[in-house]
Design a protein around this ligand. Structure first.
Ligand SMILES: [Zn+2]
Length: 438
């Protein structure tokens, strides 16, 4: 067992006891075990928590734990579902200080992008030294650019912002804003751009890094467990969770997966600290499909790569388990920087929601009821595909090649008579609510 697994296992013993204490309905499935009996195998014997169970538990938690001074529970998401929040916002505690810089080293100055309306800004534990720039409209981008080029004299801090935290759609718009206004970043001192997204395509990553002259580091998270954050690793390129959660990856039949390259659903258990007043969440189904990474020398585990929501992907029965022939990330990787599909519009500044005025390509997957092995990928083009038929044909052939090259399950599914029809829609066909939905 690696040191990371040992530490997670130790926290799991405490989590098991606290979960039973705080949510009596869990007694039926979580027997009273001794510490020695609590391990990953015991965890895997528990049923998966889906969103409906999560909401029922949240109501029970509210009824049973009213005496706790502060907690809050969230459900919902960024893909169109409303976020529902129960309980009370925790009192603001003093932000932890950045660890003491070595002699002569300056503390880091962070610039965070926030809208104050929609979209979560990535939260980092070392929040001191952070300034939040509003991105409500084009004026927000102008202010952000001005701040990035400015020099400051905060005692003990670097003279300029070296880190930027920004939702991915806003990072795309910032790159667009700078190009349109012929702003180069010779005055900037940025080294890292931290994004929070469902999927970063290689093309957008390269463009943002080139315009901002900084390394893009992405972070994975979801609404329900606020501290369940995974950070993209500079060593292996995959994402690793922090210590406070126990991740598992299972196939569509809920069997555990461990081999590098395997693709399955991500489950997350929140590990509780002794004085933690967070709601216990055991084996929560994030709804995200991830690929298992290669063993990482830095983290001591295999990380993972998110490929987007299961609900925005295709899953079919294969000869040996289920296959994911087309994942959300496969489509995004293939088309989200293609000028025949991708739009960029700085009129609306919604930051994270897929809206008509945003930087997202507009597409959706449709599948007939099982067991039919065919599906339709509909993509809204920026031109009329029936009129410019040759352009459409070459786009369609290129997309098919990219989907096949990017995901081994695509060829496996094709060999089993799975058929994907690709349809080009006229500009303006898909509304916000239809985008990406299966
Ligand atoms: Zn790593």
């Amino acid at each position: 067992m690696s040191p990371l697994e040992l530490s997670r296992n130790f926290a799991l013993m405490r989590t098991w006891r606290l979960s039973r204490e705080r949510l009596p309905s869990l007694h039926a499935q979580m027997p009273a075990l001794t510490d020695a009996e609590v391990d990953l195998a015991a965890l895997r014997s528990l049923p998966i928590t889906d969103k409906a169970i999560y909401e029922a538990r949240a109501k029970e938690w509210l009824a049973v734990n009213r005496s706790l001074p502060d907690f809050f529970i969230r459900s919902g998401g960024t893909t169109g579902a409303p976020t529902i929040q129960w309980g009370f916002l925790p009192e603001r505690r003093p932000a932890p200080q950045q660890p003491h810089a070595r002699d002569g080293e300056k503390k880091i100055l962070y610039l965070k992008a926030g809208s104050g309306r929609q979209g979560a800004v990535p939260h980092f534990p070392k929040d001191t030294g952070a300034l939040i720039a509003p991105l409500r409209d084009a004026e927000g981008y102008r202010i952000m650019v001005e701040l990035l080029g400015q020099r400051f004299d905060f005692d003990g801090y670097e003279p300029q912002f070296s880190r930027l935290m920004i939702p991915l759609p806003a990072a795309k718009k910032l790159a667009h804003y700078m190009l349109m206004h012929r702003i180069d970043c010779s005055d900037f001192a940025l080294t890292e751009v931290h994004t929070f997204s469902s999927f970063v395509s290689r093309a957008w990553r390269a463009r943002i890094e080139a315009v901002l002259q900084a390394t893009l580091i992405d972070h994975y998270g979801f609404t329900e467990i606020q501290n369940a954050r995974a950070h993209e690793c500079a060593v292996c390129g995959y994402y690793h969770f922090i210590d406070g959660v126990y991740p598992e990856i299972v196939d569509a039949d809920e069997r555990p997966l461990a081999a590098p390259g395997a693709v399955g659903k991500l489950l997350v258990t929140r590990l509780l600290a002794e004085n933690d007043q967070a709601m216990p969440i055991v084996r929560f189904d994030t709804g995200d499909i991830v690929e298992i990474g290669t063993p990482c020398t830095k983290a001591g585990e295999c990380g993972f790569k998110p490929w987007g929501k299961e609900g925005h992907s295709l899953c079919i029965d294969g000869d040996d388990g289920r296959l994911y022939p087309v994942r959300y990330g496969d489509v995004q990787e293939a088309i989200d920087f293609d000028p025949l599909v991708a739009r960029i519009d700085n009129v609306r500044h919604s930051l994270v929601t897929p809206t008509e005025g945003d930087t997202f390509p507009k597409w959706r997957l449709r599948r007939p009821p099982a067991p039919a092995r065919r599906a339709v990928l509909e993509i809204e083009m920026v031109f009329e595909p029936l009129l410019f038929a040759d352009t459409w044909r070459s786009f369609e052939a290129g997309l098919r090649r990219k989907l096949a090259a990017g995901n081994p399950d695509f060829a496996r599914a094709a060999a089993m008579d799975f058929q994907l029809e690709i349809v080009g829609l006229s500009p303006g066909t898909l509304t916000d609510r239809e985008v990406m939905k299966c």
